[in-house]
Design a protein around this ligand. Structure first.
Ligand SMILES: Nc1nc2c(c(=O)[nH]1)N[C@H]1C(S)=C(S)[C@@H](COP(=O)(O)O)O[C@H]1N2
Ligand SMILES: [Mo]
Length: 422
């Protein structure tokens, strides 16, 4: 102890000397500066003292100065926190990958805390060899795959059908996340069970208290679905379905069954609750559209946005995210004047199919009002529609599949607001 303390004291003295030298240099460079910047002239504690050792954070966590970067929920949206949603803080993130602890959560009966030793996946129905797998069994399949996919709840932006409502892209667009999944192609597991001649649909069921089920066309299951046990290199989080989740690339989040425990193979869809009473789209004429599986192309400017207003006059970097359930993002256009002039944004980072794509657009801000929008075009040529165009086809009674163009109104002071222009 004693030697520790004297070591620290001498280190302090030594660094104090360096500090004085830095201060001299600083004032020498900026001759005449009235108030020297203490961030330059004074040595902070983190330079003066040793930091924590390597044994103090066995599982790392973000800096305490990032404590505001969290998932948030909107209390009045749902009747209970167990059947509810929180939102990814898109305005505080960059790149394309969502950190595991910030992936939005949508549960119908809360987070199931599943013991993997007691978890099984049963595959039965129209198969030649019904089988029960442990997660360890699935990890022995040779065709293991790593794929980056976005997952968007069909209800993302669902509160905006009747006009601009929530102030923040976290709340208007935060029911989306993008991670690298590790798992086994569902095709390999189904083939191991031997598909029956009439097999054409399957039912996936979760082990949570909701025992959520969705029908999935067999063609999709054989195309690119995964049974995933990992996200971004580590085990799935309980919130995301630990120990096993169904990955249905490009299709609505509701089909990505978490805590997956059962797959029944059949010859027709089941028409359960989640595909009749919920996750259907009520049209203007009172009829409902069923099985809107694919998430259409969508984009949003994440910065600036209501939670991340403009503060700097001069050069700024606009940033945002674009994605499409039909393939790759081909182009993103940005306007600062409510759609009079459109410019191409620069895509940066990997542009993967069925994955979030990052875009940037530098601009100069002189304090004037702006009406900012982004518009994505995917590789099929599909162009993200305006909200008015969407409503012409869909009416205003929908909840799901609102991929209309978002407008942010930057006021003269920089505050930024969710608005619509017509
Ligand atoms: N078992 C089960 N799976 C589920 C759900 C659920 O409540 N239970 N919610 C679904 C819905 S509606 C969505 S949008 C996604 C949310 O996944 P996330 O929590 O990883 O964001 O999971 C889907 N899978
Ligand atoms: Mo959802």
């Amino acid at each position: 102890m004693e030697s520790d303390r004297s070591h620290r004291a001498s280190r302090r003295r030594f660094l104090g000397g360096v500090g004085a030298a830095v201060a001299l240099l600083g004032s020498g460079r900026r001759a005449g500066a009235a108030t020297p910047d203490p961030a330059i002239t004074e040595l902070p504690d983190w330079t003066r003292y040793l930091g924590e050792g390597v044994a103090s954070r066995p599982y790392g966590r973000p800096s305490e100065f990032e404590a505001h970067v969290v998932r948030r929920n909107v209390a009045w949206l749902t009747a209970s926190p167990e059947s509810s949603v929180n939102f990814t803080p898109l305005h505080d993130l960059d790149g394309t990958i969502t950190p595991n602890g910030l992936c939005f959560e949508r549960h119908h009966s809360g987070v199931a805390e599943v013991d993997p030793a007691k978890h099984r996946l049963m595959v039965h129905g129209l198969v030649e060899r019904p089988r029960v797998f442990t997660v360890a069994d699935l990890k022995r399949f040779p065709g293991r795959a790593n794929r980056v996919y976005f997952m968007e709840c069909a209800a993302n932006s669902g509160m905006e059908w009747r006009g601009a409502q929530l102030n923040g892209c976290q709340f208007t667009h935060g029911m989306v996340h993008n991670v690298m999944y590790t798992g086994v192609p569902l095709k390999a597991v189904l083939e191991a069970c031997g598909l029956g001649p009439n097999a054409s649909w399957l039912l996936a069921e979760g082990a949570d208290a909701a025992a959520m089920t969705r029908s999935v066309p067999l063609a999709k299951a054989l195309d690119d679905c995964l049974l995933a046990w990992a996200m971004n290199g580590e085990a799935l989080r309980p919130e995301q379905g630990y120990p096993l989740r169904l990955v249905v690339p490009g299709w609505e989040g509701n089909m990505w069954i978490k805590w997956l425990r059962r797959i029944e193979v059949g010859d027709r869809p089941w028409h359960h609750r989640e595909e009749t009473a919920k996750y259907t789209d009520l049209m203007a004429d009172g009829r409902a559209r069923r099985f809107t599986f694919i998430m259409d192309a969508k984009s949003v400017v994440t910065n600036p946005s209501p939670q991340a207003p403009l503060v700097h006059k001069g050069t700024n970097l606009l940033s945002g995210l674009a994605w499409s359930g039909r393939g790759r993002v081909k182009r993103v256009d940005v306007t600062l004047d409510g759609g009079r002039n459109w410019r191409h944004a620069r895509l940066d980072g990997p542009v993967l199919p069925l994955s979030l794509t990052r875009f940037y657009f530098p601009f100069n801000w002189n304090g004037r009002e702006l009406l900012i929008q982004s518009r994505v075009i995917d590789e099929t040529g599909y162009v993200q529609p305006t909200k008015q165009a969407l409503r012409q086809v869909r009416g205003t009674s929908s909840i799901y599949h609102n991929n209309g163009i978002q407008t942010w109104h930057v006021h003269a002071g920089g505050e930024t607001e969710n608005v619509e222009i017509s």
